[in-house]
Design a protein. Structure first.
Ligand code: GLU
Length: 387
């Protein structure tokens, strides 16, 4: 079996990043930011995403294009916009972008939801988990979350900066099994394919598989001088490096190729795949297990122990016997069984006061008691490491 077929076999959830240049009204010689949003390309991707959904995959979109769409509407012709001007463009363009997606997906019978994130949201554990829970709830309802950076309220220092990096973070956040970055280039070349010097440009080869992002790869990516992509190849390679360290493969492909999505899902050798294989403990789980300080201990009963260890389930309030420590939502806790043996660690969805009230209770009773602060899981499987 090829590497790509093997990856496809294991996919349940995929994050797709759409770059501004992919959904712009392209016009030769002009940057996509000057060309405005193309409804045709948005519709095209609504169709493609519907087809992926019909195959049974969950899809989370990360879409750029707000600033581009806003520029068009505000008729900002010049390229040197000030930061407040860009933010104004993002504010206007974002709603236009979403409106365009909404209309396109509605035709396919799909609902969309907008989520705007900033670095502050993702750096703060509580907000990180909140975002995660929201996205999970949307996916459960069959909705397509469409994520962008909250450009109009973030200034440079607290910005994620580019949507390649945002899409990598989102892939880890939602535990996707594949990140697809749709760009306007075919992937990573071993040298700059747009070089003036034809003889060397002709020899530029597309790299089909990168199994490790090292300095050499970053150097090659840094040199690719594509003025049409917002982040260029370097931000894509860095995004892929991040997902790889979390055990998630990333694929950088040319989104202007109308058949690219079919080709990916047919296991064809398109674009550049960044993948080092499975087998590593995911960095985030590593972070939960080894980096975070545990702020409390939960004792769980035998039924819950079995559900967690043998069946890979989340921890529910019903299985909780004892709560020790003073902790808040999002803190790391140690799980022990009734004999005091450590089972694992995880990030908790309740503070210690609430958990004390709901321990041992059935989910339906917890739902009634907690109302708005209700979470089904005390610790979600994705936030849990079993030793
Ligand atoms: N968030 C920006 C926008 O929607 C794009 C950033 C990027 O593509 O890296 O216009």
């Amino acid at each position: 079996m090829t590497v790509r077929a093997d990856i496809l076999k294991n996919i349940k959830r995929v994050v797709i990043k759409i770059g501004s240049s992919v959904i712009s009204n392209r016009d030769k010689g002009r940057s996509p930011l000057e060309c405005g949003l193309s409804k045709d390309w948005v519709r095209h991707y609504a169709r493609k995403i519907k087809a992926i959904r019909d195959k049974g995959y969950e899809v989370v979109l990360v879409s750029s294009g707000a600033i581009m769409a806003g520029r068009e509407r505000l008729e900002f012709g010049r390229t040197d916009l000030t930061i407040p001007e860009k933010q104004a463009c993002a504010a206007i363009g974002q709603s236009f972008l979403m409106h365009t997606y909404e209309k396109a997906f509605e035709k396919k019978g799909l609902m969309v939801a907008q989520i705007l994130l900033s670095h502050d949201d993702l750096g703060n554990r509580r907000r990180y988990l909140n975002a995660k829970h929201t996205i999970e709830a949307l996916l459960e309802k069959g909705v397509i979350p469409i994520i962008n950076e909250n450009d109009s309220v973030t200034v440079e220092e607290i910005k994620i900066g580019d949507n390649d990096s945002l899409s990598a973070t989102v892939s880890c956040l939602v535990d996707a099994q594949l990140l697809i970055i749709l760009s306007d280039v075919d992937g990573l070349y071993d040298r700059d394919p747009s070089l003036k010097n034809k003889s060397s440009a002709e020899k530029a080869q597309l790299i089909s598989h990168v199994s490790r992002v090292n300095e050499d790869i970053e150097k090659i990516a840094g040199k690719s001088n594509n003025r049409l992509t917002v982040g260029g190849m370097l931000t894509k390679v860095r995004a892929a490096k991040k997902t790889m360290s979390f055990g998630i493969p990333a694929l950088v492909v040319n989104g202007l190729d109308e058949k690219v999505v079919e080709n990916i899902f047919a296991g064809k050798d398109v674009g550049t795949l960044f993948w080092s294989g499975k087998g590593k403990i995911r960095d985030r789980k590593h972070w939960i297990a080894h980096t975070l300080k545990s702020t409390g201990t939960l004792t769980i009963d035998e039924g819950a122990r079995k559900a967690l260890v043998e069946r890979g389930k989340s921890l529910l309030p019903a299985g909780l016997v004892k709560v020790k420590g003073n902790f808040e939502f999002g803190n790391a806790l140690t799980l022990i069984d009734e004999s005091g043996k450590e089972i694992g660690r995880g990030l908790v969805n309740y503070n210690s006061r609430d958990l004390e009230r709901i321990k041992g209770m059935k989910t339906s009773a917890v739902r009634k008691l907690m109302e708005e602060s209700f979470y089904e899981e005390v610790i979600h499987r994705d936030d849990l490491v079993i030793f």
